[in-house]
Design a binder for this molecule. Structure first.
Ligand SMILES: Nc1ncnc2c1ncn2[C@@H]1O[C@H](COP(=O)(O)OP(=O)(O)OP(=O)(O)O)[C@@H](O)[C@H]1O
Ligand SMILES: [Mg+2]
Length: 224
């Protein structure tokens, strides 16, 4: 099984969009896929339809049943806060070792590809002593970094890549997902990143990307 961990330079940048697009493309090509969003905050148990979990299950063509939600997103919190805060507000805490073990268990499955959507940006706290960076490092799966094309993304993206490299985390690709109403040309953003990140796979994805460009992104990431 090939596993990819999808992180980002920040929240709302496009992790779910990119993950769901890749899942749909893989499924179209007859690949078996499992997709996880293990930690999710801002989750309304009475109305899960708009959640990342729902979007990801839909991309797989799976119904939004309580069992499917549990299997995809075991750590759910109602407040739209960082996971450590959202958990604390409910008198709970994420068991970091259990989170890593859950993902390792999924990697032992029979599917061709496992995609794991992280939460927020690369250094969002999960509990009092671990961030997403620790989760990625412990899991050891190649990481896809989703970045935006908004003004400010260059520093956010270079900082994120630097933090990942400091922990020897394998970066499969950086996907620059076009931000809404950005004054910056996505092509210039990618060109600039290429100058500072030689050798790294950089992919640009336009808004409402067509199937061909999603497929090209998949090939660049998965290498097949
Ligand atoms: N290329 C795109 N074309 C059209 N819409 C997009 C694109 N990328 C992102 N979006 C939309 O932008 C919004 C934010 O993206 P998304 O939910 O994927 O971010 P995220 O990184 O998963 O956020 P979170 O940190 O909450 O998990 C969503 O409504 C998504 O559908
Ligand atoms: Mg998301």
């Amino acid at each position: 099984m090939k596993t990819f961990f999808i992180t980002a330079t920040g929240t709302g940048v496009g992790k779910t969009y990119v993950t769901a697009a890749l899942v749909a493309d893989l499924a179209d090509r007859g690949r078996s896929v499992r997709v996880l969003k293990p930690v999710i905050s801002g989750f309304d148990e009475t109305n899960p339809q708009g959640s990342d979990t729902a979007v990801l299950l839909r991309s797989l063509g799976q119904p939004l049943t309580p069992e499917a939600i549990d299997a995809c997103s075991p750590w759910r919190f109602s407040e739209p806060l960082s996971p450590d805060m959202a958990a604390r507000h409910e008198g709970r805490a994420i068991d970091f070792a259990a989170l890593v073990e859950f993902c390792r268990g999924a990697r032992a499955g029979d599917e061709d590809v496992l995609l794991i959507e992280a939460v927020g940006g690369a250094m969002v706290p999960l509990d009092d002593s671990h961030t997403v960076l620790d989760w990625m490092a412990d899991l050891g799966a190649p990481v896809v970094v989703v970045a935006g094309s908004y003004l400010g993304t260059l520093s956010h993206t270079l900082t994120t890549v630097s933090a990942l490299r400091e922990r020897d985390i394998d970066i499969a690709a950086v996907v620059v997902d076009e931000s809404e109403d950005s004054p910056v040309l996505i092509s210039e953003t990618v060109d600039t990143l290429a100058r500072f990140l030689p050798g790294l796979t950089l992919i640009s994805l336009m808004r409402n990307a067509d199937r061909a460009s999603i497929h090209a992104a998949l090939e660049a990431i998965i290498g097949e």
